[in-house]
Design a protein around this ligand. Structure first.
Ligand SMILES: NC(=O)c1ccc[n+]([C@@H]2O[C@H](COP(=O)([O-])OP(=O)(O)OC[C@H]3O[C@@H](n4cnc5c(N)ncnc54)[C@H](O)[C@@H]3O)[C@@H](O)[C@H]2O)c1
Ligand SMILES: C[N+](C)(C)CCCC=O
Length: 519
């Protein structure tokens, strides 16, 4: 029952790509010694003294995986200079030439799929099954924007007397990408692919919690024939990120992360009048009407809450269920939630791995405690979990949680928990649920399950969210735009429209007659 749910995220041609070989990595064995910063076409070891580097942990085991060497002003400047040099060369290529490099990068990613997915698991804690899907999404995004790069074009406008104007779609220059820790490789691809398709170069900063896989993407573009410096990776946290946002040679900042950080990014970028793309948090509603196909609605609710240990921006964590079907819904959701296999994320049978860090696990557990205090009923989960394998005993695991008897004023219903916690609310009428669903400063995603086609579209039309689903949830084909309304963000990722967020329009007026002067 579980695999078909996950394969729903794949296009049919890719369903054959499930892994059937032997694993090269095993939880608790990998030590990453290679440098994780990358500019001018190679990895850069900052030769840090140990006291200046920060340990990065493997979520599955809690042991140290590698050391983070954070970049300061000099390193950020070197990476931006590297990107500027690449921009000069790359932006002059024809779209077809850029596409060739991007398609070669996609081919390399497909070949190295298992290795990239394993490293993602070791650094992030998510299950290998999901990590493979993330790598596929990254590759598909690069393929999609390779296609888009060949279609960039302007407009020709006829004017009087044979004069005319035309528009050119031009790149912006050096773009900065700043990523969150929940989809490290995928975020690097979702940002770099549209950027480079338009002729820009990029400096990308991964989250300091998950620094391991973005550098692979930079290497892969290089191997695919990109100029040195097309994608550069600088490691670090807040300080490195703000150096990037303030850098005078940076033309745009594309950010994925929390709302408070997004506000700071926008403020910093505004000082240089730099455009931003902001992909921020959510507290999305999933509305299940009594006439829905209950089996699909239950599958949808699980996919809306428990992918990546619940650490997904678009998750539908406010599950509104029409009162008449609430008992049946809860019984089945709880049964399936209790059956979710938690454990070593590198094992094929695991469906839920470890949360990303100890502080984050504690934060999520704190939300469950608060929910109980405020009167929510814990139907299952919400407890720390220790797998039987002794090497996993210090990992960051918890049991997925379903909360019943939730009300709109509870903290678990108002705030983004970013963990495996589903809050279930009941409702009676369509008008009522719409009002309650929209009662949030956030508006990333929303979903509705119903067999009534008119109601489905009517409800979606009235929901204040950028990414909506009818009779499914958390599907993000790269051909369609993804992004939020309200405080959930600005701009979009994926789909044709994203070209507009990584390019600018130049208008050229051409006079065919004489200058008509008033002087
Ligand atoms: N909408 C989306 O597409 C999307 C996708 C994934 C995650 N998210 C959101 O991301 C959040 C979780 O990720 P997180 O905890 O890594 O978010 P975060 O905001 O703490 O950090 C995100 C990134 O910003 C950097 N950063 C922090 N302070 C900065 C500053 N002052 N200047 C520049 N950079 C700075 C961090 O180092 C990190 O790389 C959740 O809210 C989630 O909803 C959104
Ligand atoms: C592919 N997902 C699962 C929809 C995740 C999108 C990125 C948000 O965190």
């Amino acid at each position: 029952m579980k695999m078909p749910l996950l394969t729903n995220l794949l296009t049919p041609g890719l369903r054959a790509l499930h892994f059937s070989g032997t694993r090269s990595a095993s939880s608790g064995t990998l030590h990453i010694k290679d440098a994780l910063n990358f500019w001018c076409g190679s990895r850069v070891d900052l030769k840090y003294v140990k006291s200046k580097s920060e340990p990065v942990c493997e979520p599955a085991t809690g042991r140290v995986l590698c050391q983070l060497q954070a970049c300061g002003a000099a390193e950020v400047d070197a990476a931006v200079k590297s990107a500027s040099a690449a921009f000069t060369e790359w932006s002059r290529l024809a779209g077809m030439e850029r596409a060739r490099v991007m398609l070669e990068a996609a081919r390399i990613i497909e070949k190295r799929r298992e290795e990239i997915a394993e490293l993602e698991v070791v650094n992030n804690g998510k299950s290998i099954t999901e990590a493979r899907l993330d790598v596929d999404s990254a590759r598909q995004c690069i393929e999609y924007f390779a296609g888009q790069s060949t279609t960039l074009s302007g407009q020709h406008v006829q004017l009087s007397g044979g004069s005319f104007a035309y528009t050119r779609r031009e790149p912006l220059g050096v773009c900065v990408g700043i990523g969150a820790w929940n989809y490290p490789f995928q975020i690097a691809a979702w940002k770099s692919a549209p950027a480079i398709a338009c002729g820009n170069s990029m400096v990308f900063k991964p989250s300091p919690v998950t620094p391991v896989t973005a550098v692979l993407l930079a290497e892969i573009y290089s191997q695919a024939g990109a100029p040195e410096g097309l994608l550069n990776v600088v490691q670090g946290g807040e300080e490195t990120g703000s150096l990037l946002c303030h850098h005078p040679s940076v033309a745009k900042v594309s950010f994925t992360g929390s709302v408070p950080t997004g506000k700071k990014i926008m403020e910093m970028a505004s000082r240089g009048v730099k455009p931003v793309t902001l992909e921020l948090g959510g507290k999305s509603p999933l509305i299940i009407f009594e006439d829905s196909d209950l089996e699909n609605a239950i599958r949808g609710a699980l996919m809306a809450n428990f992918l990546s240990q619940g650490q997904v921006c678009s998750n539908g964590t406010r599950v509104f269920v029409q009162r008449s079907i609430l008992p049946r819904f809860l019984e089945e959701v709880v049964r399936r939630t209790k059956a979710i296999q938690i454990g070593d994320p590198l094992l094929e049978e695991t469906r839920m791995g470890a949360l990303v860090s100890k502080p984050h696990l504690e934060k999520v557990m704190g939300y469950v405690k608060q929910a109980k205090k405020e009167g929510a009923n814990v139907l299952c989960g919400g407890e720390p979990f220790t797998p039987t394998d002794p090497k996993l005993k210090d990992g960051y695991y918890m049991t997925p949680c379903v909360l019943d008897s939730c009300t709109d004023d509870m903290t678990c219903v108002k705030e983004e928990i970013f963990g495996p916690v589903m809050s279930v609310l009941s409702f009676d009428t369509e008008d009522e649920v719409l009002r309650r669903a929209n009662d949030s400063p956030l508006g990333l995603a929303a979903g509705v399950f119903t067999k009534d086609v008119k109601r489905a579209h009517r409800v979606i039309e009235n929901l204040q969210a950028g990414s909506c689903f009818i009779n499914n949830y958390n599907i993000t084909p790269v051909e369609v735009p993804f992004g939020g309304y309200k405080a959930s963000g600005i701009g979009r990722e994926n789909g044709q429209v994203t070209i507009e967020f990584y390019s600018q329009l130049k208008t050229v007026f051409v006079e065919m007659g004489d200058v008509d002067s008033l002087f």
